[in-house]
Design a protein around this ligand. Sequence first.
Ligand SMILES: Cc1cc2nc3c(=O)[nH]c(=O)nc-3n(C[C@H](O)[C@H](O)[C@H](O)COP(=O)(O)OP(=O)(O)OC[C@H]3O[C@@H](n4cnc5c(N)ncnc54)[C@H](O)[C@@H]3O)c2cc1C
Ligand SMILES: NC(=O)c1ccc[n+]([C@@H]2O[C@H](COP(=O)([O-])OP(=O)(O)OC[C@H]3O[C@@H](n4cnc5c(N)ncnc54)[C@H](O)[C@@H]3O)[C@@H](O)[C@H]2O)c1
Length: 470
Amino acid sequence: MARIKTDLCIIGAGSGGLSLAAGAVQMGARVVLVEGHKMGGDCLNYGCVPSKALLSAAHVAQTIRAGGCGIAGAEPQVDYAAAMDHVRQAIATIEPHDSVERFEGLGVRVIRGWGRFTGPRALQVGDDVIRARRYVIATGSRPVVPPIPGLGDVPYLTNETLFDLRTRPDHLLVIGGGPIGLEMAQAHARLGAQVTVIEGAQALGREDAELRAVVLDRLRAEGVRIVEGAAVERVAGTGGAITVQTGQGAFTGTHLLVAVGRKPALDQLNLDAAGVEVKDGRLNLDRGLRTTNRRIYAIGDAAGGAQFTHLAGYQAGVVIRPILLGLPARARADHIPRVTYTDPELAQIGQTEEEARAAHGDRLTVARSEFAGNDRAIASGRTHGAIKVMVVKGRPVGVAIAGPDAGELMAPWALAVANGLKMGAVAATVLPYPTLGEVNKRAAGAYFSPKLFENPWVKRGVRLVQALVP
Ligand SMILES: Cc1cc2nc3c(=O)[nH]c(=O)nc-3n(C[C@H](O)[C@H](O)[C@H](O)COP(=O)(O)OP(=O)(O)OC[C@H]3O[C@@H](n4cnc5c(N)ncnc54)[C@H](O)[C@@H]3O)c2cc1C
Ligand SMILES: NC(=O)c1ccc[n+]([C@@H]2O[C@H](COP(=O)([O-])OP(=O)(O)OC[C@H]3O[C@@H](n4cnc5c(N)ncnc54)[C@H](O)[C@@H]3O)[C@@H](O)[C@H]2O)c1
């Protein structure tokens, strides 16, 4: 048995743990990183990377199928196993960046095994006991498996097994119309599968109602069946013929994907022994992401908030301040963007129109711009969608974009919201023509144009100057 003393022990080598380990060791701390399964965690192995790689394969198929700009469409020859090879290739290309070798090269001590607290300052991994000045729980999340009668008896998929498929499902049933469900629904439909999404409430229910509809309409137009308000009553069948019985009828498919959310992975940590309080499956954290044990912090999906790789990375930057430098830190949430990578993409930062209206009432102005009015979108035949900017006292409090490259278009708004910039900062930019990015400037312009063009004082002033100034 080895007794290891260190400054910082990070449990989980996923998006959050790796960011923190790389930052902390390069700033001079002694760092131990504990990983029980695959380096890179969910994002690399079962999440962002495989899902975006499969969506890209599906995008190629759809581009061929749809044609456009004067080019006739044709049914693409889809080799599902080859598309999954592309997924594997994408993972393999990124893998070295997250590998044990790279992190050991940086000076991190990487220990492979599952970590379990045996006391307030002791973590056991196999035969090793780690005594650290500070610990960070970065153990991610696991798929929620809802207590649906019969589910345990059918061979269902989750994001952890979906990317192992080598043969395209003939008919994929998806329970859950969140980002996982819809991204994978569109990917599979474009690769030639029949797809039915069964959603208990509203698909993409947290998103801006108007722009959510833009995405759902497109998916439906491409043949994805989306049944909303369908409470699942039971599941039955065998591989190849699985039936999901809902309040809205029964749906039978060949495969079933369960995508109804993910819960923090805390079970294995024996948190009681460490004096870390957990309530309803969530850690009790202060605003600086510290648990009820002052030596233990949590970041990423394990922290129990929104679940995004960039959020985990941001939170790594938050906890590094108190842990390494003894400085106070507070985690913000208002400036974290999110994107659902369907086509069109749906991107959001801050408040949706509904949330902003509830919070700010008449003080809210919604400035908008349509892709149909953007010259680049017109030239490339991708005119579906719009941007809405929720503005209070001249500052954006929320931005929602549905349309081509919506995620990329969020960049200036992420800058504005993070730094408290006013609409004038976006309106004052000069952007290359023709770019999709001009929708952002157009939306900012739309905020100012009533103030400028519908203002009688401005008109009077202009008339006066024209009459009096020689
Ligand atoms: C299908 C899918 C698509 C997604 N797409 C996106 C996207 O496009 N953009 C985005 O921002 N986010 C996306 N996400 C979310 C993103 O993957 C997560 O938010 C992110 O991975 C969280 O990082 P993390 O470090 O908290 O956890 P993880 O990356 O999951 O890492 C946790 C690690 O901890 C390890 N671990 C757990 N318990 C222990 C223990 N006791 N001891 C040792 N090790 C342990 C695990 O093995 C794992 O490697 C997606 C998720 C899914 C499922
Ligand atoms: N592009 C991205 O950033 C991205 C992509 C995928 C996943 N993620 C993250 O991963 C996490 C998990 O994603 P997700 O889509 O599984 O979860 P989610 O919680 O976002 O969506 C789950 C959906 O399933 C529905 N649902 C729940 N129980 C149900 C039931 N019994 N029957 C029918 N419908 C039911 C919910 O109403 C909800 O619409 C999310 O936090 C998400 O942010 C992010």
